[in-house]
Design a protein. Structure first.
Length: 275
């Protein structure tokens, strides 16, 4: 069913048919598999890379200007490569590891390699938000660099790291769709082979629904977990609660100021009476 000879509404109705969705079950599984595995690889290497960049920056815990410049330059080079180019470059690496350059496992290498530099920069930006005062206070108490990283930097920036990881995972989802053009399988492969090349636009629409749901679900989960952490730390309140708390604090401060002025006037009157 093509939009070239079929009304849009008919194509949309056909995109919800059981026949279309039954053929997408395997593709959904491939997309989820690539997304989960690539995200875990990205989380580990991106987190380590971001921490290394943070501690080696000129104002870091272990300044190393030369190593920081080299590593930062390498990350910038990898970030400057388009996703399609990264997939092509990583084909020999995938062939060396898995013995073939196509399939879900082979494309996971390219997806992770493309997203790790991005997440490393996100981690670095989050960790650099910590004030130097907290780090200096920890040092004055005898904390080692490892203790500062594990007990101050990472816990303090956990909500920000989660939000950054959510953004990176959404990037992984978009790249799994692109990897479908290079034999990775998944939703992207179905959308290209059936939706684009064979003009089965109802299949293309169904693939779009799935990708939108995956992105929306990922964004909701990341925001929910991050907000829960902030609420537990009393750094985020609901709109009503925040307004009420602000009003209560303002009223308390006003009453306290009035009482202080009354006490000052009473003291002045007593002094005048004594004199």
């Amino acid at each position: 069913m093509s939009l070239l000879d079929t009304p849009l509404w008919e194509v949309i109705k056909a995109s919800f048919s059981a026949k279309v969705w039954s053929g997408l079950i395997g593709a959904i599984g491939d997309t989820l598999y690539m997304t989960i595995v690539s995200s875990l690889i990205m989380l580990v290497f991106g987190l380590v890379g971001g921490i290394v960049l943070t501690i080696m920056c000129p104002d870091g815990l272990f300044p190393a200007r030369g190593a920081y410049t080299v590593l930062g330059g390498l990350i910038n080079i990898l970030r400057s490569l388009p996703q399609m180019v990264m997939i092509i470059i990583m084909i020999p690496v995938a062939r060396a590891i898995f013995g073939k350059s196509y399939g879900t496992n082979a494309c996971i290498i390219a997806i992770a390699a493309s997203c790790i530099p991005m997440y490393a920069r996100i981690v670095e930006s989050s960790l650099l938000e910590i004030g130097k005062g907290k780090i200096e206070a920890a040092r004055s108490l005898g904390s080692t660099n490892f203790q500062i990283i594990t007990r101050i930097l990472l816990p303090e920036t956990l909500p920000s790291l989660l939000r950054g990881f959510t953004v990176a995972v959404i990037g992984v989802i978009s790249m799994t769709a692109l990897a479908g053009m290079f034999g990775a399988g998944g939703i992207g492969d179905i959308a290209v082979r059936f939706g684009y090349q064979r003009f089965q636009h109802e299949v293309l629409f169904a693939c779009i629904y799935i990708l939108v749901l995956l992105v929306q679900g990922t964004q909701w989960a990341g925001s929910f977990i991050s907000n829960r952490i902030l609420k537990k730390r009393c750094l985020l309140a609901t709109a009503d609660g925040g307004i009420k708390a602000h009003r209560v604090n303002r009223n308390k401060n006003t009453q306290q100021n009035i009482e202080n002025k009354r006490e000052e006037k009473t003291i002045v009157v007593k002094k005048e009476a004594i004199l």
